[in-house]
Ligand binder design. Structure first.
Ligand code: ATP
Ligand code: LTN
Length: 330
């Protein structure tokens, strides 16, 4: 018998613009692992509405993110890409899991604490419940591995905890998923403030390099990136600005740290920044032209998403039916 491939599941929010943090921390790893694993990628629009969204923009962003994933190398033939809200089982499973997650676990979630602070008491219940929806996404597909950036580690732990809790009550039901977090690039920092993670929800235009930025925008953002007043170019985590730029350089070029430090010996920050801008531009150009080709026909992306939904629906329905049966629902 041919052994079954392990299943990968991951998600991305259709909000803001996809930036090089999303790409280096998550998307490029999804692309590389497609051949080896049975891969499912979800455009998490239900997660997106945990903060206010403009309807027209949300719809457009769902297509944009899908187009970017495919342009970045996700193959719709080998992998599945689908929209979360098109599969009702995600919402239904979230409700069921809610009933098995103690409030105390949820109250420890640092992402909620950070995001809700900005909302000054007006954060929605959905934002609080965000990790339960994420657990439902993962557990519905009996996922083995979840490749994500560092910021999602705690959510993955909660997912495993609720799965284990359910299994201990009702017997073996959910597979316990494992987070896969890259050693380097799991937390690319903001260019304007290298002490904060690069994030889609930051609005400062100098904060992130987006995958669709023009060469001029890339150059301007990199040249303005916050560094320090020292001179030597070294991978030194205590100097977050220059360290972040070097990590981005390392990941886009695939060169070793020793090689990079040697090549910038005696050179200044301006030179590193100029070269980094060139490297990023060269890497993003082919992706951008594929994106333009893919989106030339507006119906194309919608068709791919409809196919994706029809492929995952039976898997999700099967897990949901098993769970409802075990609990004694309906
Ligand atoms: P927001 O910060 O507004 O919540 P986001 O930038 O984190 O949005 P998501 O769609 O939530 O974007 O994340 C998609 C994937 O990118 C996730 O796996 C996440 O862990 C990863 N990711 C997000 N930001 C970074 C970053 N700065 N460095 C590395 N990986 C990241
Ligand atoms: N919360 C994740 C997005 C996400 C996700 C998932 C990631 C939603 N559902 C399931 C992995 C598996 C984020 O990146 N902010």
């Amino acid at each position: 018998m041919i052994p079954q491939k392990k299943r990968i599941f991951s998600g991305i929010q259709p909000t803001g613009s996809i930036h090089i943090g999303n790409y280096l921390g998550a998307v490029q790893h999804w692309v590389k692992s497609q051949a080896e694993f049975d891969s499912i990628f979800c455009i998490v629009d239900l997660h997106a509405i945990t903060v206010p969204q403009e309807p027209g923009t949300l719809k457009a962003k769902i297509r944009e993110v899908t187009g970017l994933l495919i342009a970045a190398g996700i193959s719709p033939e080998t992998s599945v890409v689908f929209v979360q809200s098109q599969i009702c089982a995600h919402s239904e499973m979230t409700w069921i899991l809610n009933c098995f997650i103690p409030m105390g676990w949820m109250m420890r979630m640092t992402q909620f604490k950070e995001k809700s602070q900005k909302e000054r008491g007006m954060a929605g219940v959905g934002l609080f419940d965000y990790p339960a929806l994420m657990a439902a996404d993962i557990l519905l597909y009996q996922t083995d591995l979840v490749p994500v950036g560092e910021d999602q580690k705690q959510h993955l732990e909660l997912t495993r905890d609720v799965a284990a809790r359910f299994n201990s009550i009702y017997g073996d039901t959910f597979k316990l998923p494992e987070a896969v977090i890259p050693k380097t690039g799991a937390r690319i920092m903001g260019l304007d403030d290298p002490t904060k993670k690069m994030s889609k929800s930051e609005t400062n235009p100098g904060h992130a390099i987006n995958l669709l930025d023009s060469p001029d925008e890339i150059r301007a953002k990199i040249m303005r990136a916050t560094t320090d007043s020292l001179r030597d170019i070294r991978f030194d985590e205590s100097r977050p600005g220059i360290y972040n730029l070097l990590v981005i350089y390392e990941l886009f070029t695939g060169r070793s740290r020793a090689e990079i430090e040697a090549s910038f010996e005696g050179k200044g920050y301006a030179e590193l920044k100029r070269e980094l801008a060139e490297v990023i531009t060269a890497q993003l150009q082919p992706l951008q032209s594929r994106y333009r080709e893919l989106t030339a026909d507006p119906g194309h992306i919608d068709r791919l998403l409809a196919e994706g939904a029809s492929k995952v629906q039976p898997i999700a329905e099967k897990t949901l039916a098993m769970v409802k049966e075990k609990i004694g629902l309906g």
